[in-house]
Design a protein around this ligand. Structure first.
Ligand code: IPE
Ligand code: IPE
Ligand code: MG
Length: 236
C-alpha cells in the first residue's frame, strides 16, 4: 500500500551538518574528534537516502566562511575530506552514487581539487543517488559568480530570466532542494543555498550531527510528508 510518505517524498534533501564541535566538547574531546565522528553520520545518511529513494542529497560540509576558523581546525577538516574521499569513493561508486562538488574547490589546493574532479569523473555515470558536496561553498558567492558569468558571456539584460540565471549557478541541472535539514538546534541558513532554497521546507532538529542517523533522516522525511507546499499560490 502506498503510504503518505511515498506519495509525498522529497526528490532533493539538503543538509546543514552542524554540531560536531559541541558533540566533542560535551565529551571533553577536541573538536577534531567530533568532525571525525561526523563522517560516520555522513555515511549513515547517504545509506538512508539511498534506502528512501531520495534522488539528490546535498551536504554542506564546509562553508566559504569556515576558512576563518583556526588554522589547525581547517587543516583537520581538509585532511578529513581527503581521507573520506580516499576511503569511501569505491563504496560510493559501487552503490551507484554520482558525486558532484559545488563551491570553490581550488581553495583546497591543486591536489585535492584534482582528486575531487577525478571522483566526479569516475562516478559521472551513476544514477542511484546524486550526492552534492558543498565544499568552500557560499550562497552569496554562488550568486555573484553567476552574475559574473552572465556579464562575461555578454548576455543581454532581456535574456536574463530566473531560469537562465539558475543555469549559471553551481547547481545548474540540479532541482531545488525540497527539504532543508539543519542539525544541532541552530535555526539559520548560514549562507548555504540562498537562491535554491527559496521554497524549500525547513526542518530543524536538536540532534548533533555526529548523532544523526537513519531514524532522524526518516523523521525529517515524515515531517516533510505532512507539509503542504503552496509556492505562494492560494489553494482553490
Ligand atoms: C559542523 O560542526 C562542521 C562544520 C561546520 C565544518 P561545527 O564545527 O560547526 O560544530 P559546532 O557548531 O561548533 O558544534
Ligand atoms: C554551517 O555551520 C556550515 C556547515 C555546516 C558546513 P557553521 O557552524 O559554520 O555556521 P554558523 O557559524 O553557526 O552560522
Ligand atoms: Mg557549527
Amino acid at each position: 500500500m502506498a503510504d503518505a510518505v511515498s506519495l509525498n517524498a522529497p526528490r532533493h534533501v539538503a543538509i546543514i551538518m552542524d554540531g560536531n564541535g559541541r558533540w566533542a566538547a560535551a565529551r571533553g574531546m577536541p573538536r577534531a574528534v567530533g568532525h571525525r565522528e561526523g563522517t560516520k553520520a555522513v555515511r549513515r545518511t547517504i545509506e538512508a537516502a539511498i534506502e528512501q529513494n531520495v534522488e539528490y542529497l546535498t551536504l554542506f560540509a564546509f562553508s566559504s566562511e569556515n576558512w576563518a576558523r583556526p588554522q589547525e581546525e581547517v587543516t583537520d577538516l581538509t585532511g578529513l575530506l581527503r581521507h573520506y574521499l580516499r576511503n569511501e569513493l569505491n563504496e560510493l561508486h559501487e552503490n551507484g552514487v554520482r558525486l558532484l562538488v559545488i563551491g570553490e574547490r581550488e581553495r583546497f589546493g591543486p591536489n585535492l581539487a584534482h582528486e575531487l574532479a577525478e571522483a566526479e569523473a569516475k562516478t559521472a555515470g551513476n544514477t542511484k543517488l546524486t550526492l552534492v558536496m558543498a565544499l568552500s561553498y557560499g550562497g552569496r558567492a554562488d550568486i555573484v559568480e553567476a552574475a559574473r558569468r552572465a556579464m562575461a558571456a555578454g548576455m543581454k539584460p532581456e535574456d536574463l530570466t530566473e531560469q537562465t540565471f539558475a543555469g549559471l549557478l553551481a547547481t545548474d541541472g540540479i532541482p531545488d532542494p525540497d527539504l532543508l535539514i539543519r542539525t544541532s538546534g541552530e535555526e539559520r541558513i548560514s549562507n548555504f543555498l540562498l537562491w535554491q532554497t527559496a521554497y524549500s521546507e525547513l526542518y530543524f532538529t536538536d540532534v548533533l550531527w555526529p548523532d544523526f542517523g537513519a531514524g532522524d533522516f526518516a523523521a525529517a522525511l515524515n515531517e516533510y510528508a505532512r507539509r503542504e507546499r503552496r509556492f505562494g499560490a492560494r489553494p482553490e
